[in-house]
Design a binder for this molecule. Sequence first.
Ligand code: SME
Length: 151
Amino acid sequence: MSYPDLSNDVVRAVLDSPTPELAMEQTVEMLKVRLPHYTWVGIYLMEGDELVLGPYLGAPSPHTRIPLNRGICGAAAREKMTIIVDDVNADPRYLACSLETRSEIVVPIMRGDTVLGEIDIDSDKTAAFNNDDKVLLQTIARALATRLADK
Ligand code: SME
């Protein structure tokens, strides 16, 4: 799978989808289907001072609401930065969803300086995410931000 092709396809789907909800669902599905090492793919949305789980594919997560002072998800929202964790078991911030998970990337969806939500991906492979994943997901996050801003 070529990352630039996937990036173009997801951005087009996001911009063309009739509602922000469908844009998020299509993003999750396209990433999960086309990148098999993306074991769990989900989108959290900011509600007040919590991240609330929206569309996802993968094992059900117990972490459907995450306060900003918890988890890698909370850290990425607080720092307004993408976080890549090569070995989740070595990171004390990590909130476990599945015992199989080895690595994680969390990419904030930003409008200006405001965090609207996050794209969260887990992999069963150690160190599954690199700069290509970061560029891909940040590009998709920018497209999603334009749709979520309508909400
Ligand atoms: N691992 C995340 C929690 C979300 S679940 O993995 C789906 C975290 O540490 O914030």
